[in-house]
Design a protein. Structure first.
Length: 133
């Protein structure tokens, strides 16, 4: 999920430096990703796929749509690809959440559910059993 959501952020200054996008276009690309999250959530609500199927589809689609951005330098295809990455990221989040929460419930560990949503990179903050801020 982090690929679809965060791979774009460090690329934006380079894209601007090479006059590929303006600040306004960059904000549209970011917004397209968020609209994609909303669309993905709505699609999951309507179609209700199995969590593993949603996660697998999402992982493949987010990687493919992000990689596809490298093969064009045109704004409009990027906009569509960012939206697809958003939809796919929603599939990953919901799919992995559904799977992990079910496993935690099976092992009577519902209090660990917060770790599912701790965020990308939380593991790098843990040092010898304590949080390093």
């Amino acid at each position: 999920m982090g690929i679809g959501r965060f791979a774009f952020t460090p690329m934006l200054p380079l894209m601007q430096l090479h006059d590929l996008v303006s600040l306004r276009q960059g904000s549209y690309l970011a917004s397209a990703n968020y609209v994609g999250y909303l669309l993905g959530a709505l699609l999951l609500f309507v179609f209700d796929p199995a969590p593993s199927r949603a996660a697998k589809f999402g992982l493949a689609a987010v990687a493919a749509s992000t990689l596809a951005m490298a093969f064009t330098s045109s704004f409009w295809p990027w906009l569509v690809l960012r939206m697809i990455a958003g939809v796919a990221s929603a599939f990953v989040l919901v799919g992995v959440s559904g799977w992990a929460l079910a496993v935690l419930a099976t092992y009577d560990r519902p209090r660990w559910a917060g770790w599912v949503f701790a965020g990308v990179g939380a593991g790098s903050k843990v040092r010898r059993g304590s949080w390093s801020l």
